[in-house]
Design a protein around this ligand. Structure first.
Ligand code: UT7
Length: 325
């Protein structure tokens, strides 16, 4: 018995923040951002939108396309680094908005690879007889945690959500293999220092700007390339598939140069790699489900395609997943 994605959806807020807008906010340029990251614009949630609102919109679309009613859901997993609250879980808020009264619900904090982690957790549950339909959502409002005075980070991130409905499947389609890994020793290189139990909010943490993302970009870059390569190769090895046999590589969209370096190391031609970073920037856990939804909408992914997902993020954690569509 396998596990298959039955429907996908995504939502991004209407407000676009372009590189030219950022030129007016910090000492940067469209040219620097485009050439160093590949990003041209990103979406920003409106003041009355939180992560659960984005997640809900993506979920409604995924459920419609899967032809699944909210009350049929056995579980809702939201993967996010930017929950509405520390608790209750954002998945509970989404459950209430959907009126999915039969669903268990919890959040997974697995940074950028969160969606891959969420799919793997859903797969584990769906292998049990009791669970039949699980909704996995990657959703972020990173604009709320970005220091808009720090040009090293504020140009990189965007808001958005992507969702997938997963079901049991008795064909040979669906999730084939996966590889999840962590390296917690390097966690300080990409961190939001305050607001948790280690550094609760005080006047001091606010003054020191410790409630914003801190990143040592150059270091993260190096580990991202080696981590994505390891995750891709191990995932393929576990399925006895060679890189040249995959139809699509769908990488986390953090930086076009990370994607390009990973692609080169794997020996995968450019036309097999999906890239949408120019439009959305780095949307963390939402980046892969947004990409997958666009690919399906554009008719790029076809039945039987071998699709390799790969991601890297804060933790550090990284992972890959191979899906036969
Ligand atoms: O989601 C997963 C986790 N995140 C990532 O994977 C991100 C990984 N890192 C990166 O993508 C890149 O390291 C960055 C895009 C963050 C930075 O690119 P870089 O090529 O590594 O630049 P750098 O940090 O080495 O900085 C080069 C120069 C510096 O100036 P000096 O010291 O050489 O004078 C920076 O101050 O570029 C400067 N710089 C900027 N200039 C204009 C940094 N940010 C900007 C900016 N505009 N926004």
């Amino acid at each position: 018995m396998g596990v298959r994605i039955k429907g996908l959806g995504f939502y991004v807020p209407g407000k676009r923040l372009t590189n030219f807008d950022l030129e007016k906010m910090v000492d940067t340029s469209d040219e620097w951002i485009r050439t160093r990251t590949g990003i041209q614009e990103r979406r920003i949630a409106s003041n009355d939108e939180a992560t659960s609102d984005l997640a809900y919109q993506a979920a409604v679309q995924a459920l419609q396309r899967a032809q699944v009613k909210p009350e049929e859901l056995d579980m809702i997993i939201v993967t996010t680094a930017t929950p509405d609250y520390l608790f209750p879980a954002t998945a509970c808020i989404v459950q209430s908005k959907l009126n999915a009264q039969n669903a268990a619900c919890f959040d997974v904090e697995a940074a950028c690879p969160g969606f891959i982690y969420g799919l793997e957790i859903a797969r584990g549950f769906l292998e049990l007889p009791r669970y039949r339909k699980v909704l996995v959502i990657g959703a972020e409002t990173l604009s709320r945690l970005v220091d808009w005075e720090d040009r090293n980070t504020c140009v990189l991130f965007g808001d958005g959500a992507g969702a997938a409905v997963l079901e049991k499947d008795n064909t040979d389609h669906g999730i084939i293999s996966s590889y999840l890994k962590g390296n917690g020793a390097l966690g300080q290189l990409l961190i939001l220092p305050a607001g948790g139990s280690r550094r609760p909010a005080t006047q001091d943490t606010v003054q020191q700007r410790e409630h914003y993302i801190k990143m040592q970009g150059r270091e993260v870059f190096k580990y991202a390339v080696t981590g994505m390569q390891e995750a891709a190769l191990k995932t393929l090895e576990r399925a006895h598939i060679k890189p040249e046999d995959i139809t699509w590589l769908v990488p986390h969209q953090a930086n076009i140069r990370i994607i390009e370096a990973t692609r080169e190391r794997l020996g995968i031609p450019e036309h097999k790699v999906y890239v949408n970073i120019a439009k959305y920037g780095n949307t963390s856990a939402a980046s892969i489900p947004i990409a997958l939804t666009e690919m399906v909408e554009e008719g790029k992914i076809k039945e039987g395609d071998l699709v390799l997902l790969v991601s890297f993020g804060a933790g550090f954690i990284y992972g890959g997943m191979l899906i036969k569509w």
